[in-house]
Each structure stands twice: as C-alpha cells, then as structure tokens.
Design a protein around this ligand. Structure first.
Ligand SMILES: *[C@@H]1O[C@H](CO)[C@@H](O)[C@H](O)[C@H]1NC(C)=O
Ligand SMILES: *[C@@H]1O[C@H](CO)[C@@H](O)[C@H](O)[C@H]1NC(C)=O
Ligand SMILES: *[C@@H]1O[C@H](CO)[C@@H](O)[C@H](O)[C@H]1NC(C)=O
Ligand SMILES: *[C@@H]1O[C@H](CO)[C@@H](O)[C@H](O)[C@H]1NC(C)=O
Ligand SMILES: *[C@@H]1O[C@H](CO)[C@@H](O)[C@H](O)[C@H]1NC(C)=O
Ligand SMILES: *[C@@H]1O[C@H](CO)[C@@H](O)[C@H](O)[C@H]1NC(C)=O
Ligand SMILES: *[C@@H]1O[C@H](CO)[C@@H](O)[C@H](O)[C@H]1NC(C)=O
Ligand SMILES: *[C@@H]1O[C@H](CO)[C@@H](O)[C@H](O)[C@H]1NC(C)=O
Ligand SMILES: *[C@@H]1O[C@H](CO)[C@@H](O)[C@H](O)[C@H]1NC(C)=O
Ligand SMILES: [Cu+2]
Length: 327
C-alpha cells in the first residue's frame, strides 16, 4: 500500500514538473571567457541575421524586428501591470532567437548591476573583447567605437510626434555612461522593493528604481524608452530585473506565483512624459482582462515570433513556457 502511494506521488510530480532541465541563466561575471565569446558571437549574429518574421519593411535584421516589437508596444508594456511579465517573456523571446537562429546553446546571462552600482564604469560588461564594448565617443556623437558592436548601425527609428510609431532610420548605437545616475541601482534600492508585500507595490518600485538606473546610467540609445533594445546591454539588464522579480516571488511562491495587479493603460502623465499617445481602441479591450487592471489572464504578445501566452503562463520561470534557473 505504502509503495503504491509513493509511486502515485512520483507520477503526480512527474506530470506537474515539466521543466526538468532548466536552462541556466548565469551571472555575466561568472562566465568563462569562452562562454562570454560564445554569447557575444550569438548576439552579433542576431544583429546581422536577415529579418525572419516580416514585421516591418524598415526592420531588415532579426535585431531590428525585436526592437520594432518593443517600440510599437511601448505605450502598453511600460507604466502598467504587465511591465514585468511582458519583459520576462521578451527575455525568453531573445533567448530563443539566440538559440534558434544563432546556434547559441547557453542561457541568457544577467548583469548583477547591484555589485557595480558604486561605479558603473568599472563593470566588466563594457570590456572591448570579453564584453559589449564601452562608453560612446564624446567627440563623435557618443557613438560606441569599441567591442563587437562598434559603429553598429540600427534601422528602426521613432517619430517625434508619437514615439510608438516606427519610421525607417539610420543611426548608430550610442552610450553616455553616468556613474552618478547609475547609483540608484544600489542594493539598498533593491532591498526597499524586496520588502514590499504585494505585486501592486513591488512592480512600481522595481520599475522606477533599479530598472530606470540601468537605462539612464548607460544613456544614449539605452535611455530611449522605445528604442532601448537597440543596445545589447538591454538584455543583460532586463534579465537581471527579471531575476530580481523572481527573487521577490520566491519569498512566498504560494502567494506570489499568482500575485498580479497594476493598471493596463498608463496614466496620462506617463504617456505625455514619454511623448506617445494613449494606446488605441485595438488595445482597450484590455487584451484578455475585464477592465483596466492587469490580471493573470492578460495576453502577452510577441507578434507571434513566439506564441501568445497569458501572464499566468510566465509567472513561474521554471514552468512549461519558460524553463530557466538563475544561478
Ligand atoms: C555575481 O558575481 C559577482 C562577482 O563578480 C558577485 O559579487 C555577485 O554576488 C554575483 N551575483 C549573484 C546574484 O550571484
Ligand atoms: C547553425 O548550425 C547549422 C548546423 O550546423 C549551420 O548550418 C548554420 O550555418 C549555423 N548558423 C549560424 C548562424 O551559425
Ligand atoms: C569611477 O572609476 C573611474 C575610473 O577609475 C574614475 O575615473 C571615476 O572617478 C569613478 N567614479 C566614481 C563616481 O567614483
Ligand atoms: C573619437 O572621435 C574623434 C572625432 O571623430 C576621433 O578623432 C577619435 O579618434 C575617436 N576616438 C576613438 C577612440 O575612436
Ligand atoms: C543615438 O541613439 C538614438 C536612439 O535612441 C538615435 O535616435 C540617435 O540618432 C543616435 N545617435 C547617433 C549619433 O547615431
Ligand atoms: C505565503 O502566502 C500564503 C497565502 O497568502 C500565506 O497563507 C502564508 O502564510 C505565506 N507564507 C509565508 C511563509 O509567509
Ligand atoms: C487606467 O488606470 C490608470 C491608473 O489608475 C489611470 O490613470 C488611467 O486613466 C486608466 N485608464 C483608463 C483608460 O481607464
Ligand atoms: C493599434 O492601432 C494603431 C492605430 O490605429 C495601429 O497603428 C497599430 O498598429 C495597432 N496595433 C496593433 C497591435 O494592432
Ligand atoms: C495575440 O495577441 C494579440 C494581442 O492581444 C492579438 O492581437 C493577436 O490576434 C493574438 N494572436 C493570436 C494568434 O491569437
Ligand atoms: Cu521596455
């Protein structure tokens, strides 16, 4: 009898646990030089790989398509409840593109920004051989001139009258690194968010403090609310933000695997600060929610580069849809 029960328990576990060999998302600094180069090669590959999905004429590479997606959704993936889940799924998209089109076999690394908060310029992510290259050239429009993305040309721009409307453009990856601004990525800022008891409070805290610090501290392209995924540091940064949310969830998975909230439509102040229009009628059916509050049934779209899922599907990073672990 006892062994039958044990057997049944094992079967139940095997059915529930579909994420048997999670992809490891490692601390950037703990990658070997060989691992760093393999990851960098795959990132460079995305920047040169022809577009695959045909999303937009101006988007000629996979890199552009990924940036176009973020740009055109910017006014309903920022300043809203789906901010963290959407960007979690966007990291999954990125990881899958690296693996599917560029033969990458590892997980997306993260940049532990808290360790570097005292002085961003000393971070090893900016290394010109084993990193993404450093600050822009102040005598040349802040264009990045070293590392694997030196003088990288980007092709998707935004109109100034409404920054979520794309236009074909030609510009260069640029950065204007600021140690002062980056200091708000400090561990103490993260601790404040970590201490909050509900998603409703926590997403705003993580979004405003540690999240903004990575964008503003890097500056240039990365500081642009809609075009920021043009800079590869975006993905190191957002994987870290996702890790921070997962740490917060892990405090009490019973409660926090189902804790969602926040508004679906940004405030008017947020829209005007970013110089974009409020999302239109095609969004205000709230994409799966009954009203202007984000719930677990909210639909996350990547323009079908990977399938639509719901917020519920991405709450667990070790689940069916996302199967990774932060190490
Ligand atoms: C990442 O590595 C740095 C050392 O380079 C270490 O100080 C830090 O604690 C690590 N972060 C995590 C989350 O393990
Ligand atoms: C990926 O590997 C396949 C099979 O070895 C090869 O044909 C293809 O060229 C590789 N793609 C890239 C982008 O390296
Ligand atoms: C960061 O380090 C650089 C290089 O050592 C130094 O020039 C700069 O003053 C430091 N910044 C801060 C805020 O400590
Ligand atoms: C920065 O730009 C100036 C002006 O174009 C140029 O003379 C200089 O060589 C550039 N520096 C680097 C490191 O590329
Ligand atoms: C710097 O990047 C921004 C995108 O955020 C772009 O609009 C601008 O033209 C770029 N600057 C240069 C000199 O390429
Ligand atoms: C976790 O959350 C559940 C549901 O809200 C609660 O009953 C339980 O006490 C919490 N556990 C801890 C350790 O806080
Ligand atoms: C959605 O909620 C936010 C925050 O309460 C509010 O500022 C915004 O006006 C609401 N939008 C709509 C369309 O109801
Ligand atoms: C939403 O509507 C706007 C304006 O009508 C349009 O430009 C945009 O492509 C639509 N977005 C989606 C996701 O359908
Ligand atoms: C995916 O979701 C988007 C946004 O809700 C929607 O416009 C699109 O039709 C969905 N696609 C499918 C195949 O359901
Ligand atoms: Cu974003």
């Amino acid at each position: 009898m006892e062994s039958v029960l044990v057997l049944l328990a094992c079967v139940a576990l095997a059915v529930a646990d579909t994420c048997e060999s999670p992809v490891q998302r490692k601390n950037f600094t703990s990658l070997s030089n060989e691992e760093k180069l393999a990851w960098l090669d795959a990132e460079v590959c995305l920047t040169t790989h022809d577009a695959v999905f045909g999303l937009y004429d101006g988007a000629t590479t996979l890199w552009d398509e990924q940036q176009y997606l973020h740009l055109t959704m910017s006014n309903y993936i920022h300043g809203v409840g789906q901010f963290l889940p959407w960007h979690r799924y966007y990291m999954t998209l990125h990881e899958k593109l690296l693996q599917t089109y560029c033969n990458y076999t590892g997980g997306m690394p993260y940049w532990d920004e808290q360790v570097d908060a005292d002085n961003i310029t000393l971070s090893s992510v900016w290394d010109s051989v084993y990193g993404i290259g450093g600050d822009g050239n102040s005598s040349d429009s802040q264009i990045v001139t070293d590392g694997p993305f030196a003088y990288m040309e980007l092709h998707v721009g935004a109109w100034s009258f409404n920054t979520v409307i794309p236009k074909t453009a030609t510009y260069h990856l640029n950065r204007s690194i600021s140690s002062m601004t980056f200091q708000s990525a400090s561990q103490s800022a993260v601790d404040e968010c970590f201490a909050l008891g509900s998603y409703e409070e926590a997403w705003q805290c993580y979004g405003q403090g540690p999240h903004s610090a990575g964008h503003a501290g890097t500056g240039g392209t990365m500081q642009d609310p809609v075009l920021s995924p043009g800079d590869p540091v975006f993905f190191l940064h957002h994987t870290n933000l996702d890790r921070l949310w997962w740490e917060w969830q892990s405090v009490n998975l019973t409660a926090r695997l189902i804790d969602m909230g926040g508004q679906n439509v940004p405030t008017d102040e947020f829209n005007s600060a970013n110089n974009w229009d409020a999302p239109g009628a095609n969004f205000t059916d709230y994409s799966g929610d009954p009203g202007n509050v984000t719930t677990l049934t909210h639909v996350l779209s990547m323009y079908e580069m990977i399938p639509n899922v719901t917020v519920a599907d991405v709450m667990d990073v070790g689940g069916d849809v996302i199967c990774v672990e932060y190490v």
